[in-house]
Design a protein around this ligand. Structure first.
Ligand SMILES: Cc1cc2nc3c(=O)[nH]c(=O)nc-3n(C[C@H](O)[C@H](O)[C@H](O)COP(=O)(O)O)c2cc1C
Length: 207
């Protein structure tokens, strides 16, 4: 997966590295341009991350294999939504240097409809709590739809979904929010809402 890329130093020197391209910061630290990190349990976020990386000419790295992020100026994080939290986000932000990072892009992948404003507000509120204050003002959110295959869920996730489903299944339709609706409609099934076309807008905005 790794690629050797030419790195330029402000002093005019250049070296090659497996990590990415970069320049020297004012403090002599190596500043790297952009990296894509992702957190995925069942692969839908990984599909988006790899497709995005392909379109942007970058690599995508799973959060549990990421190295030091301290020198990156733009960090794009894609994470599956699990009970409102973004998989791997809390661990990732600990490795980011908010003084160096100029833009932190958080892309969530969930089952609930990202066109639903209340759903988006809820996601941003709970994901925002996982992001330290210094980084929050540099954070931009995007929201994509993933999928689920109940035959692939691990025991803990299946149990969590059953408990949740039993709690909400009798809610009248008018009381169901986007998250509840998505879970009731897809419970026990295999559904795939992955739409790589949604990345076009993202690539344009990140360009
Ligand atoms: C235990 C569990 C909790 C989940 N919680 C949410 C949630 O809060 N909001 C949401 O939109 N989707 C939720 N989902 C759906 C996942 O976000 C969705 O399946 C996503 O595509 C998973 O990404 P991954 O395949 O990269 O792991 C949940 C799924 C499971 C199994």
């Amino acid at each position: 997966m790794s690629r050797r890329i030419l790195m330029k130093f402000s002093a005019g020197k250049s070296v090659t590295s497996d990590a990415g391209s970069g320049i020297m910061g004012a403090g002599g630290e190596m500043l790297m341009d952009t990296i894509i990190i992702y957190g995925s349990c069942y692969g839908t976020t990984k599909i988006y991350a790899e497709a995005l990386a392909g379109r942007m000419g970058l690599e995508s790295v799973p959060y549990d294999r990421m190295g030091d992020l301290g020198g990156y100026q733009k960090i794009i994080y894609l994470g599956g939504l699990y009970a409102g939290g973004v998989k791997g986000l809390a661990k990732t932000v600990k490795k980011i240097n908010a003084a160096v990072c100029e833009r932190f892009v958080v892309v969530t992948v969930g089952l609930a409809d990202p066109e639903d404003e209340k759903n988006v507000r809820n996601i941003r509120t709970s994901a925002g709590k996982q992001i330290p204050e210094a980084l929050r003002e540099k954070t931009v959110f995007y929201h994509l739809r993933g999928g689920i295959d109940y035959t692939k869920l691990n025991f803990m996730h299946r149990t969590m979904m059953k408990l949740l489903y039993d709690q909400v299944k009798k809610k009248p339709l008018e009381d169901q929010d986007a998250e509840t609706r998505a879970m009731i409609e897809t419970y026990g099934k295999k559904v795939d809402f992955v739409d790589l076309g949604r990345l076009d807008e993202l690539v344009k905005a990140l360009g």
